[in-house]
Design a protein around this ligand. Structure first.
Ligand code: T4K
Length: 410
């Protein structure tokens, strides 16, 4: 364990880890089960287009979530595009800016304007009071994001949506396996969208799913994800290709068998981080409700540099130099990314909490790739970086100034 700042890799010491530790290293599940499913698939010579593995995967998920329909998709971004189109969302749709950019892009890609709404600083989730103020005659819907797997204020958002006759979709990319008031995420709003990207705690390589209790909507989504085909040679909607392949479903079915194990590991890691970072001044953890089901996949801390003496950005650099690939999810907020930054140059004025959070959040490695030994080391390094925060900031500040002078002189 390093005990003084001179040993930090960023100041010339050796990195604490030889291999990079990632925030979202994929969880694989039982390899033999996956390979035997793939072998059967190859023997069947059925690789895509609503094959038996996709059907089985959809049924398993519907049962697990207690929802009428689950439609497997190629990824969550296309799923968001399809569901918002199937619901007739156009004009303006209100979304948080504090999310992965795909939430906004899924709308913009279709010529629908994402209107960015601020979040509650305590929950990082859409603030219903702000949201109500953003509604205009052009608003047709809301996309709430269950960020970090923590459920939105579902009832408040539903009440606003119903009162203004708006569609309500949840981007549940982070919330597979989570519940809200005892009911699984997947059952709320008009529909909810999961991501099974490789970096999610449960993955299908690439993939996603739409869950809904609306029969008509499910039917429409199934048509739209298959070019609008309602049988051979009969196209009845504009559609796209949103299908999940069989090999992805094989991964999904295999992952479902280990889902409880993945969650138990995440939960234990979350506990170890909480223990290891308890009492570090200026660090605040994103916490999960122990009375609900959570997947604990994101280990997120807010860094208050007025207390730590080291900025979030510098702390990320310190950790990355040690091969701890901490991330700034979701810096800088969608409104600061193109094309939104150019379209809405003043959006930040209405997004003070998003702006503040984007400079403070820090995501740390989780999943089956890390355990007690790694987490103890990560926590010790963070403790050291915070204890010597002002000193590290001063030293690196001098190095940066020196480099700037040398660059100018060169
Ligand atoms: N809505 C929300 C709220 C989302 O968070 C996302 C996706 C979506 C919608 C859209 O879902 P999809 O259309 O993707 O299904 C990653 C993922 O690409 C993205 O799916 C995810 N959210 C987002 C939070 O994270 P990056 O740019 O951070 O990924 P990248 O390539 O830097 O990888 C992250 C870490 O994982 C790296 O440190 C390396 C490691 N890694 C990655 C891959 C792909 C591995 O170890 N193995 C791998 O195979 O976006």
């Amino acid at each position: 364990m390093k005990s003084n700042s001179a040993e930090l890799a960023i100041l010339g010491g050796l990195p604490a880890f030889k291999e990079k530790l990632h925030v979202g290293r994929p969880n694989i599940g039982q390899k033999e089960r996956l390979l035997s499913r793939i072998e059967e698939m190859l023997d069947r010579v059925w690789l895509s287009n609503n094959g038996p593995l996709v059907q089985e995967f959809e049924q398993e998920m519907a049962q697990m979530l207690g929802v009428k329909h689950v439609v497997a998709m190629c990824n969550a971004t296309i799923a968001l595009e399809i569901v918002t189109r199937a619901l007739g969302m156009d004009g303006e749709v209100i979304v948080p800016s504090f999310t992965f950019v795909a939430t906004a892009h899924s709308l913009q890609w279709q010529g629908v304007t994402p209107v960015f709404c601020d979040v509650n600083p305590d929950t990082h989730l859409l603030d219903p009071a702000c949201l109500e103020k953003m509604i205009t005659p052009r608003t047709t819907g809301i996309i709430g994001v269950h960020l970090w797997g923590r459920p939105c204020e579902v009832e408040a958002l539903q009440e606003i949506a119903s009162r203004h006759n708006l569609k309500l979709v949840f981007d549940a990319a982070h919330a597979f396996g989570c519940s809200h008031q005892g009911q699984m995420i997947g059952n709320f709003g008009n529909a909810e969208v999961f991501s099974f990207h490789a970096t999610k705690f449960f993955n299908t390589f690439e993939g996603g799913a739409i869950a809904t209790n609306d029969d008509e909507l499910a039917k429409k989504i199934r048509l739209m994800k298959n070019f609008g085909f309602a049988g051979y040679d009969n196209v009845i909607y504009v559609g796209t290709n949103g299908k999940m392949t069989e090999v992805c479903a094989a991964m999904g079915l295999t992952g479902l068998e280990s889902l409880d194990k993945f969650i138990a590991i995440n939960r234990e890691n979350y506990r170890l981080y909480a223990e290891g970072l308890a009492g570090v001044p200026g660090l605040k953890a994103v916490r999960y409700n122990e009375n609900e089901k959570s997947n604990y996949q994101y280990i997120v801390y807010e860094v208050d540099d007025s207390v730590t003496g080291i900025s979030r950005d510098l702390l990320v650099e310190v950790l990355q130099a040690e091969n701890i690939m901490a991330r700034r999810y979701f810096y800088p907020g969608c409104h600061q990314m193109e094309p939104y930054r150019s379209y809405f140059p003043h959006a930040h004025l209405l997004l003070p909490e998003t702006e503040r959070l984007a400079t403070r959040v820090l995501s740390l490695p989780n999943g089956t790739a890390v355990g007690k030994a790694e987490i103890d080391t990560i926590c010790a390094l963070i403790r050291l970086a915070v204890a010597k925060g002002a000193e590290i900031t001063g030293t690196l500040g001098k190095v940066v100034s020196l480099c700037a002078i040398r660059t100018r002189e060169a």
